[in-house]
Design a protein around this ligand. Structure first.
Ligand SMILES: Nc1nc2c(ncn2[C@@H]2O[C@H](COP(=O)(O)OP(=O)(O)OP(=O)(O)O)[C@@H](O)[C@H]2O)c(=O)[nH]1
Ligand SMILES: [Mg+2]
Length: 244
């Protein structure tokens, strides 16, 4: 539960995002209306991302040379000092101006996680293959883990620091985002969504390898439900949280 904001740690993984990172972090620095720190976890980018972040001067820069989206986020979150953590990509696709609304919802509803759903985006900026993959994963996730989410692959989330410290996450790769939701559902942490707009990538290449990531996500999700206790726990949590 997150009834008040003491400080927000924004954790951003970057791998060759030189053309995207400035706009993302300057908008956060300017717009996010709470005490905050911005932590960039860079995978030793070769396009100048690190240098740009250093030059800006107001972000904490961590170099994580080991590969993996999940691993980068875990490294950043270990250093986070805020009672709320916001994770977001550094590629300018998620619109960071929605952060204040996400935090306001988090406090108002006293929940453990707010996800930025891209499913009501009027620009429909998500690519068709990503949309289909996301919908299939989300359907299975909601079914087995007793949730009603629309965008499980959203990498833009406000999370209770205490809650994330309480769950064990092992996925170093793109399955990290799904594993986090699985563990939250199992532990009975509350998750809601806020509609946000989305943009397609303007600079650089996606690091997401669709097929490989799809396999990782599905195997993580199905490994989770092999333990029959998980489904039962998720159903009980849903009943408990339903009228909150
Ligand atoms: N430090 C670090 N960051 C990474 C790594 N892989 C991806 N990232 C960053 O994690 C974020 C998400 O990766 P993206 O390539 O945007 O993946 P995606 O959002 O599925 O793909 P797009 O549709 O292009 O946005 C971006 O900010 C990347 O720069 C990594 O191995 N290490
Ligand atoms: Mg992205």
């Amino acid at each position: 539960m997150t009834s008040k904001v003491e400080m927000i740690s924004v954790v951003i993984p970057t791998l060759n995002e030189a053309g995207n990172i400035v706009e993302a972090v300057t908008t956060i620095q300017k717009d996010l209306a709470y005490p905050k720190e911005i932590i960039i976890v860079d995978g030793n980018s070769t396009d100048g991302t690190k240098e740009i972040v250093k030059e800006l001067g107001f972000c904490k820069l961590i170099i994580e040379p080991r590969r993996g989206y999940g691993l980068a986020l875990m490294t950043g979150m270990k250093k986070a000092k805020g009672n709320i953590i916001i994770m977001v990509d550094g590629d300018g696709t998620y619109e960071v101006r929605h952060m204040n609304r996400m935090i306001a919802k988090m406090v108002e509803k006293d929940v453990d996680m707010v996800l930025a759903t891209r499913m009501y985006d009027p620009n429909k900026a998500m690519g068709l293959m990503n949309f289909i993959g996301n919908k299939v994963i989300t359907f299975f996730f909601d079914f087995f883990y007793s949730q009603f989410l629309s965008d499980t692959q959203s990498g833009f989330r406000a999370i209770s620091h205490e809650a994330i410290d309480n769950v064990e996450l092992k996925a170093n790769d793109m399955a990290y985002a799904t594993e986090m939701l699985m563990q939250f559902a199992k532990e009975g942490y509350t998750m809601i969504e806020v509609p946000t707009t989305y943009k397609s990538r303007k600079y650089g290449r996606p690091k997401l390898r669709r097929f490989k990531s799809g396999i990782e996500i599905f195997s993580t999700m199905f490994r989770g439900i092999l333990n029959a206790d998980t489904i039962r726990k998720c159903q009980e949590n849903w009943k408990k949280n339903r009228f909150k």
